[in-house]
Every structure is written in structure tokens, then in C-alpha cells.
Design a protein around this ligand. Structure first.
Ligand code: NAD
Length: 482
């Protein structure tokens, strides 16, 4: 069988040691790899490249499409872009997959038996990076959730569950509050989940779901969630499994994939043959499955489990009374390599299916036939706080024919007409206009007319948001109290 080309970066701090250890084990296990090595991280940043990766290295990634990456050190001070965010966006790595497993009784954990996989959406949500300061008092971050993005990640989670013989996929959202954005994620979860009869499905509101996961992780199997919740909860899950140094992670896209440990470059431990290479090694196991070498992946994983249950431990997981031998990075790698071909006796041995592809084909959004109509507009205005009545009357006076002022809200709460005196207001007002004929469409011309009248009245408008219906269903939320 031919070798698979991969790109490898040894990174900073403990990176080179744990990468050498990992590659040693992969070689001994017979992994069929052609390695292209690139330089990333601190040296590249400090040489003046603000992305931490050179163009020639990016070309290697585009060529091999598979990236095994050791942690890097991001230099202190501003101006350096996160290499992880750059790589994820550049390569379209929409899924972050993080198995969080307890290895009791050999590694201390609060949750014996924990075995949860977090599947985090990696590109959208509040991480689109679209932020504005709109008034002296008000800042805003745009939360973008797309139907096509939800379809990609949810389908990936179900396919992952099926391939890895997992029984249940849980979805976490906050759709009781964010009915449109998180509501879409939940809806797509229900739609796609319906196609997977063999897998149990459930949805939790993220706050109580997170509390349940931290308390009783055994209740979960695969959990899929939008970017922000996934960012936070994948760290919580790894930490409570008791094994931050043991967790690997995969970042998967339609064409490219990146595999790594979840921990950082631990600079204080660097160069001392102390670091635990297990996180990166388990990331590499996911890579072997991804490049369709499931036999090698299983051999490496089982040898690693046998090493852990034999009590051969690096300092970070060494426990008097349970561990048998405290070893350094190199000795640990040798211990794993010498067990290739053996199965664990206490842990359940793992096996991996031949996976034709770990990827879900790209769900590119194609223009749809949904009927969209604009039935109103929200005009956002910078105006002094507290002057609700004054602003309301100005708006009433300037409203063009054919439109009516439905309400003014401040921080989402309706304040005009008929608001409460005690509502605290800021300098950012949302003024909502509909057609005078209920539910009838309005034109762009009418919006422009509204803005020019606002301009003439000396109002500082910041932005407008069109209020649309899609196949007759409203695509906007009501103001609180509207
Ligand atoms: P860290 O994960 O590097 O270290 C946290 C603690 O865990 C330290 O006490 C360290 O000694 C220990 N530790 C981590 N990995 C270990 C291992 N394999 N074996 C034994 N002990 C281990 O987090 P940090 O100290 O906050 O960050 C250090 C640097 O790493 C920073 O520059 C940060 O930006 C970077 N970082 C990089 C990545 C990445 O490249 N993916 C991720 C996180 C942090």
C-alpha cells in the first residue's frame, strides 16, 4: 500500500519532544506516511510574519491536506494572529472533535467511566469576528449561524457517531432565548437527526446541559454544539475527565484536516524530557483513522492503553500506589512502541472501522426558492439616553407616508409608545417601522425615504436591518414587550 503524505510541525516548547515521541511510535507501528516538515510558531512570528506560518508552509498543507501539529507559543504582546484561527478559517476546518475520556483507575479522575466526544462547530457563531462599536456606550458582536453551516456540523456529528459505534447524539443550544440563530441549529439537528434511526437524539438548553455534563458526564455520548458553547465546554469536559495532558483533537473540513493535542507548549517543561506525549499521540491516532489506516490506529491506541494500565506514567499522571514506573518522554514512547501488537487487559481494546472518508461532503449553500419579502425595517439611532418621549415624537413626525412607527426599543426592551418610566436606557435606539397595511411588503425606496427624512431631522442613524419574511414566516424577533 502506498504512503500518505502528511505535513508535520514540531512547534515550540515541549512540541519537538512530544512530536519526536509520537513519530517514533507511529514509525514502530508501521504507519505508512511521507512526512513534509514545516516550521510554525514563535520563530516565524518573531521573524516578522504576523500569522506565524510562511506561504511555503501553507503550500505544503494545501498539497498534503493533512496536518499533524504540535503546540506553539504565541509571543506576548499584540499584533500576532492566532495560528489556530488562521488555519481553521483558511482550510475550512468546520468541525472540532474532542474525545474526553477517563482512564480510571490508572489516571485520577472525578468521573470514572466518562467517555464523551464534543463536536464543536468551528467557524461561525460569535467567532465570525464581526464587531462594531456603534455609539459611545454600545458595542456589538454579530452572531452568524447559517443553515448550511449547521447542516455540515450536525451531519458530521451523526456520521461520527455511526462510524464510531456511538449510541446517542445530544445537541446543546440556547434557543429559548436566541430563537432564530440557536433555533436554526436546533431545527437542523432535528431534521438531520430524523435520518439516523439507529442513533438516539436529545436536546438540552446549554446552561443546564453544561451543569449536567459537569456533574454526570456518563449521561452523554456525543455532544454537538455551536462554536462558543463548544469552545468553553470542550475544555470543561477535558478537564473533568482528569486528563488535559491526555486529550487529542481533530479539526476537520471538507478537504483538509488538522490533528493536535489540546494542551499548549508548556514552555516551563521544555527540553527536560518530562512532557507527556499522549495528547498528541491520540490526535495522531485520529489522523490515522482519517487517512484510512485504521489497523495502525488501533495498534497504536491499544499499545498506549496497555502502557497506561501497566502503570508506565509520565510525571503529570504519576500517582504513588497506582503507577509502577515514572518515565520521561522518550522512555514513555519506547514503552508504547514496545507494546505495539499487544492488547490492553483492563481497558477495553479499541478497534476502528475502515473509514472511506471521515469527511462530510461540502454542503455549499445554493440559492434557494424560498420566497423572501421585506415587510419592515429597524432603523438604529444614536440619541441621548433618557429622552424616550422626545425621540418618539420626532420619529412620529418624520415617518413617511405608507410606513408606521411600530415601536422604539432600547437594549431590546420596548420603550415607546407606552414604555415604563423605570427602564434604564442607553444611547442606542432601535426604531421599528412596518407598512401601514399590516403585513404588506415595503420597498427599498421607502427605506431610503425614511433615512433621508431622519437625516433632515438631524437624527444620527447607525444602521438599518430589514425585517423579512421567508415563505410568509417572520425572520426577525419581536421586541420585549412588543
Ligand atoms: P499549557 O497547556 O502549555 O500548560 C498548562 C499546564 O499543563 C502547565 O502546568 C504544563 O506544565 C502542563 N502541561 C501541558 N501539557 C503537558 C504535557 N504534555 N505533559 C505534561 N504537562 C503538561 O498552557 P499555558 O501554560 O497556558 O500555555 C503555554 C503556551 O502554549 C502559550 O504560549 C499558549 O499561547 C500556548 N498554547 C498553544 C496551543 C496550541 O498551539 N494549540 C494551545 C494552548 C496554548
Amino acid at each position: 500500500m502506498s504512503n500518505t503524505p502528511i505535513t508535520v510541525a514540531k512547534g515550540d516548547g515541549i512540541g519537538p519532544e512530544i512530536m519526536d515521541a509520537t513519530l517514533h511510535i507511529l514509525r514502530e507501528a508501521g504507519a505508512r506516511l511521507d512526512i513534509e516538515e514545516i516550521e510554525i510558531g514563535e520563530k516565524v512570528y518573531l521573524a516578522g510574519n504576523s500569522a506565524g506560518i510562511a506561504q511555503s508552509s501553507i503550500e505544503s498543507l494545501l498539497r498534503t491536506k493533512v496536518f499533524l501539529k504540535a503546540p506553539i507559543t504565541t509571543p506576548q504582546g499584540g499584533g500576532f494572529k492566532s495560528l489556530n484561527v488562521t488555519t481553521r478559517k483558511m482550510l475550512g476546518l468546520y468541525a472540532n472533535v474532542r474525545p474526553c475520556v477517563a482512564y480510571d483507575p490508572y489516571v485520577r479522575t472525578k468521573h470514572p467511566g466518562m467517555n464523551v466526544v464534543i463536536v464543536r462547530e468551528n467557524e461561525e457563531d460569535l467567532y465570525a469576528g464581526i464587531e462594531h462599536q456603534q455609539t459611545p456606550d454600545v458595542t456589538q458582536c454579530l452572531k452568524l449561524i447559517t443553515r448550511s453551516g449547521c447542516q455540515r456540523i450536525v451531519k458530521y456529528a451523526f456520521e461520527y457517531a455511526r462510524r464510531n459505534n456511538r449510541k446517542k447524539v445530544t445537541c446543546f443550544t440556547k434557543d429559548n432565548i436566541m430563537k432564530i440563530t440557536d433555533g436554526l441549529f436546533h431545527k437542523v439537528f432535528d431534521e438531520i437527526g430524523a435520518l439516523y434511526d439507529d442513533i438516539e437524539k436529545e436536546h438540552w438548553i446549554v446552561d443546564i446541559g453544561a451543569a449536567k455534563m459537569a456533574d454526570t458526564p456518563e449521561a452523554f455520548d456525543v455532544i454537538v454544539m455551536p462554536n462558543l458553547y463548544g469552545d468553553i465546554l470542550s475544555d470543561v469536559a477535558a478537564q473533568i475527565a482528569g486528563s488535559v495532558g491526555l486529550a487529542g483533537s481533530a479539526n476537520i473540513g471538507a478537504k483538509y484536516a488538522m490533528f493536535e493535542a489540546i494542551h499548549g507548549s508548556a514552555p516551563r517543561r521544555a527540553g527536560q524530557n518530562l512532557a507527556n506525549p499522549s495528547g498528541l499521540l491520540l490526535g495522531a491516532v485520529m489522523m490515522l483513522v482519517h487517512i484510512n489506516q485504521p489497523d495502525i490506529a488501533a495498534a497504536v491506541h491499544n499499545a498506549w492503553l496497555k502502557t497506561i494500565e501497566d502503570g508506565v506514567h509520565t510525571y503529570d499522571i504519576f500517582k504513588e500506589g497506582i503507577s509502577k514506573e515514572k518515565v520521561g518522554t522518550k522512555e514513555f514512547a519506547q514503552a508504547v512502541a514496545s507494546r505495539v501488537g499487544q492488547l490492553p487487559e483492563k481497558f477495553k481494546p479499541v478497534s476502528y472501522n475502515a473509514a472511506p472518508s471521515q469527511m462530510v461532503e461540502d454542503t455549499v449553500y445554493a440559492a434557494s426558492t424560498v420566497k423572501k419579502e421585506t415587510i419592515g425595517v429597524d432603523m438604529f439611532v444614536h440619541y441621548a439616553p433618557g429622552l424616550t418621549e422626545e425621540l418618539g415624537q420626532k420619529l412620529d413626525a418624520l415617518t413617511p407616508e405608507g410606513l408606521k412607527l411600530v415601536m422604539v426599543s432600547n437594549r431590546g426592551v420596548k420603550v415607546y409608545p407606552g414604555g415604563l418610566k423605570d427602564t434604564i436606557t442607553t444611547d442606542h435606539w432601535r426604531c421599528r417601522f412596518h407598512s401601514t397595511t399590516d403585513g404588506a411588503p415595503i420597498s427599498h425606496k421607502q427605506i431610503i425615504e425614511l433615512l433621508s427624512r431622519a437625516e433632515a431631522a438631524g437624527l444620527d442613524f447607525i444602521k438599518t436591518e430589514n425585517l423579512c419574511t421567508f415563505d410568509g414566516k417572520p425572520g426577525f424577533s419581536l421586541g420585549q414587550g412588543q
